[in-house]
Design a protein around this ligand. Structure first.
Ligand code: SF4
Ligand code: SF4
Ligand code: ZN
Length: 281
């Protein structure tokens, strides 16, 4: 979390009057108006704002503050996966706010990051580039993920600031709070699972807002659910999403094909996705 939470009030969804998911600050109906206010993207942006509000409330009310501050960016070198809709939200933001050269550079940097991962963390590289399912991916993350030698390609390395801050993914918003969601609660409290700038164990809990309860809601939006059926979708770190979209999508641009994450109500989208692949319990 290299910048500070912006503390925007959480809006209630209504007929596209909520701020657009792209971070423009305009109402959705005046910005990306083909988007559905009930889409996966719109819903996850509302979740982002709730988490921001929770953290802002904590900061306003607690005498003990987490050490997270603008420019503190060690956590941006962590290996962590994000969902596809979150990555597409980043592309939408970059499309509006970045130059063509900056966008191309991020794709180039991502290719370099993949080569570096191959050298420095072969088990994580293998898991990343093989067709394991989401459960396998989470197991690999649990055992092999750590801090990369390189930061997220969307970080400004000069000043340690996130260059997509208004659109940053869910996990980026949780750094400095309940930091890790992987494993059981004992594992989550181990100091090595928490940022080195934050004390581990009970001390960690005492100085950070607890936003762990948001995780199930995040999973609900990141995965596909139809009634009791659930299909877990693979996630990737930001640099690898860039590699995939760069190689198999619109090249080194923010263009991408299907906009179902934005344009379809999530229920309809889930039903379509479930019809095209087996859902699991
Ligand atoms: S989680 Fe750690 S590295 Fe990240 S902003 Fe907070 S104190 Fe800094
Ligand atoms: S998107 Fe990248 S640079 Fe921004 S907070 Fe997340 S990891 Fe850091
Ligand atoms: Zn927009």
């Amino acid at each position: 979390m290299p910048n500070m939470p912006d503390g925007e009030a959480a809006p209630m969804p209504s007929e596209g009057n909520e701020p657009c998911f792209c971070g423009s600050g305009r109402k959705m109906r005046l910005c990306h108006k083909s988007a559905s206010p009930d889409s996966r993207a719109a819903r996850i942006v509302r979740l982002y704002r709730e988490v921001e509000q929770e953290i802002a409330d904590y900061r306003a009310s607690s005498p003990k503050q987490p050490p997270c501050r603008e420019g503190c960016s060690s956590c941006c070198s962590d290996y962590f996966p994000v969902s596809q809709v979150e990555f597409e939200l980043l592309l939408v933001y970059m499309e509006r706010h970045w130059s063509k050269a900056e966008i191309e550079e991020a794709f180039d940097r991502a290719e370099e990051n993949l080569l570096a991962l191959k050298q420095e963390n072969p088990p994580m590289y293998d898991s990343l580039t093989r067709p394991v399912d989401r459960k396998g991916e989470l197991e690999a993350v649990r055992h092999h993920a750590g801090r990369n030698s390189f930061p997220c390609p969307l970080l400004d390395r000069e000043n340690g600031r996130c260059r997509v801050y208004p659109a940053r993914p869910f996990l980026c918003r949780t750094h400095g709070s309940s930091h890790t969601f992987y494993g059981g609660w004992r594992e989550r409290l181990q100091p090595e699972r928490i940022c080195e700038h934050i004390d581990g164990g009970r001390a960690h809990r005492k100085i950070t807002p607890n936003i762990a309860d948001y995780w199930p809601r995040y999973e609900e939006l990141a995965d596909v659910r139809v009634g009791p059926q659930r299909r877990l979708l693979r996630q990737y770190p930001i640099f690898y999403w860039l590699v995939l979209y760069g190689r198999h999508g619109g090249g080194k641009t923010t263009a991408f094909g299907g906009r179902d994450n934005f344009d379809l109500p999530i229920g309809e989208h889930n039903a379509r996705m479930a019809a095209h692949g087996s859902a699991t319990n």
